[in-house]
Ligand binder design. Structure first.
Ligand code: F0G
Length: 357
């Protein structure tokens, strides 16, 4: 029995109403989030040596990341409670998503971001959707502390993933994976920053398992960047650094939940270097046609690292979550690419440039 799967493509609140904390008064808003593609690998599956490998393309959400799944519910519940403003700290994607749903619903959106460490595409989204943007001379962890304090004393709803509605919405991605594969995969590889998403997926897999829609639950495999790996190192990282700015976080809010997901599922939380992240990022784009952002490539880099030491993965069904689109961060994409010199619009010149003459 698959409750609520009939209204495919109409948004998370319409597709999975029976699994979400909706009341008659919750506004049924949508920007068409969810129902993202799960595509089979054509190259890396064989290259890495995985039984079956799939990519969940969360960059296909309306603002280009998985955040929309949780934001639609967080904003709907804020509206239901009569709130007129939302606030969040962000490394970029949460602010883009909050700004979009805030604009859609006619409420004010305030975002606090670490100055100089948000990819330009994400900042552009917050600007164009009309959010009020406060950059701070500090990192994400400090921004989150600030918005928590502000939301405690001002009439504004906090929409970071410490808001439980965010995780409730995000868990629908796990439902979609099971709906697409007819069961849970053996392993789920996912990047970890503030640790909300890994917690949300685990919640989703558990709910579907309890409800009988899935017969098993996956091992949850979370990956942090080596320069921002507090869970792996077992202590807060005060000055996190990584090319994957989305997961440049030293004190994850959902730390305990992520550890529980890891332990209850028999999975692991490990780290990958920036070099490994960028290698996976390029490999994914060049060999699979999948352009994820650097943080998203941490899931694939993690799989590559894990598979080197665990050959049993050759018998397994694996899903990697590609959490956001690479278009948000074109600076990283073109880094080191030599700009071609413009030439005369002349066939002979172009043939020479191509090495055809
Ligand atoms: N991938 C992308 C593209 C992200 O933007 C984030 C988090 C993550 C992975 C990690 O997810 O935090 O739930 O563990 N971005 C947040 C933001 C922090 O502000 O946009 P997480």
């Amino acid at each position: 029995m698959r409750q609520g799967t009939k209204s495919v493509g109409r948004g998370v609140l319409f597709r999975y109403p029976d699994y979400l904390p909706l009341t008659a008064d919750t506004p049924r808003i949508t920007l068409g989030e969810g129902d993202t593609p799960l595509v089979r690998s054509r190259f890396l599956e064989k290259e890495i040596g995985v039984g079956e490998l799939y990519f969940k393309l969360e960059g296909c959400n309306p603002t280009g990341s998985f955040k929309d799944r949780g934001m639609v519910l967080a904003v709907a519940k804020a509206l239901e409670a009569g709130s007129r403003a939302i606030i969040c700290a962000s490394t970029g994607n949460t602010s883009a998503s909050a700004a979009a749903y805030g604009a859609r619903c006619g409420i004010e959106t305030l975002v606090i971001v670490p100055s100089g460490y948000v990819a330009m595409g994400k900042l552009a989204q917050a600007v164009v959707y009309g959010a009020r943007i406060i950059p701070i001379e500090g990192n994400f962890d400090q921004a989150l502390q600030l918005v928590r304090s502000l939301a405690a004393v001002h009439p504004v709803t906090l929409v970071n993933s410490v808001n439980p509605h965010r995780l409730e919405g995000q868990k629908t991605a796990a439902f979609e994976v099971v709906d697409a594969l007819d069961d849970a995969p053996d392993y789920l590889f996912i990047p970890v920053g503030n640790a909300g998403n890994i917690s949300a997926y685990w919640q989703g897999f558990q709910e579907y398992h309890k409800g009988g829609q899935a017969h098993r639950r996956p091992k949850m495999m979370g990956y942090q960047a080596a320069g921002a790996a507090p869970i792996v190192r077992g202590e807060e990282v005060r000055n996190p650094q990584t090319v994957a700015t989305a997961i440049r976080i030293g004190k994850p809010a959902s730390w305990a939940k992520a550890v529980a997901a890891r332990d209850e599922s028999g999975g692991a939380i490990d780290m990958v270097t920036d070099e490994e992240i960028l290698q996976a990022y390029h490999s994914l784009a060049r060999h699979e046609g999948v352009f994820g952002e650097p943080a998203s490539a941490a899931s694939v880099a993690g799989l590559m690292k894990y598979a080197r030491n665990h050959r049993e993965i050759g018998e397994s069904r694996v899903v990697c979550i590609i959490t956001g689109t690479g278009l948000k961060d074109t600076d990283t994409a073109v880094l080191g690419a030599a700009p071609a010199q413009p030439m005369a619009p002349d066939m002979k010149a172009v043939e020479r440039a191509l090495g055809w003459a």
